[in-house]
Design a protein around this ligand. Structure first.
Ligand code: GUN
Length: 290
């Protein structure tokens, strides 16, 4: 079993960004500035946003956190988005998801200025991605592409199977891996909740990407020997042996594979998760250079 270490790779990318920022500041440019809006007190969202702010500090970016109560309505949230759109000091910003149920999340994402949409969630960026035009690509699938690149994993002509069709991961992942580029040039199959003969399809995957959000959904019988397995799942399950009473697990039953399994895999935690932050920072640097 060969581990793909996302934590280490994320730090390497952040160290590269730090050098680039120092260089640009020395040349008289301003520091890149990322803002995040968070609505409510979802503990996981708070932790994610906290990591993003800390990473900004690490690479030498400015950051701003806009914290709003969970009772915030659509109009007030749109007003906050508009303020960030119009604030020339801010290069890029994100609206942390999920938003409370009473908020029309899609309408909010569509209010974000596409040139500051470093999450790549605005329809303009999603559309440009599908056309192969320069744009902000969502951070999680970009981070996976970056891992494949830095681990020198051959993708050309390979069969990539993607489990999940979300707008944040599955759909953009399909587009990125089918592009005529390196990494890319995969033959991609996207699977979802209505897919038939799932095991037959996953067993033919040279690269298997699980982004469904179900603990240990992918079992060893679903994986081709020697495959590259990318686990995007971040699922919290009960674990009495931990002080917190719980732990994070992925969508892949990695423990059942055994250490003599012949293939590459991203662990959870420490795989895809940290890469998302590194790619968000990369997008923000790109926004500040525009
Ligand atoms: N919630 C889970 N992942 C993400 C992400 O990449 N960006 C934002 N804004 N919210 C998320």
């Amino acid at each position: 079993m060969q581990l793909i270490n996302g934590k280490e790779t994320s730090i390497a990318i952040q160290d590269e960004l730090k050098i680039e920022v120092n260089k640009r500041v020395a040349e008289g440019h301003k520091r890149p500035h990322l803002a995040a809006i968070i609505v409510g007190d979802n503990p996981a969202s708070r932790a994610y946003v906290g990591h993003k702010i800390k990473a900004c500090e690490y690479v030498g970016f400015e950051s701003t956190l806009v914290e709003l109560p969970k009772t915030t309505n659509n109009a007030k949230l749109k007003e906050e988005v508009t303020k960030l759109n119009e604030n020339n000091a801010i290069d890029g910003f994100i609206v942390q998801l999920p938003l409370p149920d009473h908020i029309d999340a899609q309408a909010i994402l569509e209010c974000v200025d596409p040139s500051k949409d470093v999450d790549g969630f605005h329809p303009v960026n999603a559309g440009k991605l599908s056309l192969g035009l320069p744009c902000f690509a969502p951070a999680t699938p970009s981070g996976i592409v970056e891992l494949l690149k830095r681990y020198h994993i051959e993708t050309e002509g390979k069969h990539a199977v993607i489990l999940g069709r979300s707008a944040i991961v599955g759909t953009p992942m399909t587009l990125l891996l089918s592009r005529n580029s390196n990494p890319g040039n995969c033959t991609v199959t996207m699977c979802h909740s209505r897919t038939q003969n799932l095991t037959e399809i996953t067993r033919s995957a040279d690269i298997l990407i699980a982004a469904i959000g179900k603990t240990h959904f992918v079992t060893p019988d679903m994986i081709k020997p020697g495959a590259v397995v990318i686990d995007v799942g971040i699922n919290r399950i009960a674990d009495a042996s931990r002080k917190s009473g719980s732990r994070l697990t992925g969508d892949v039953a990695m423990d059942q594979l055994g250490s003599d399994w012949d293939g590459h895999i991203t662990p959870v935690p420490g795989g895809v998760g940290p890469m998302t932050i590194a790619m968000l920072l990369k997008n923000t640097l790109q926004a500040s250079n525009a």
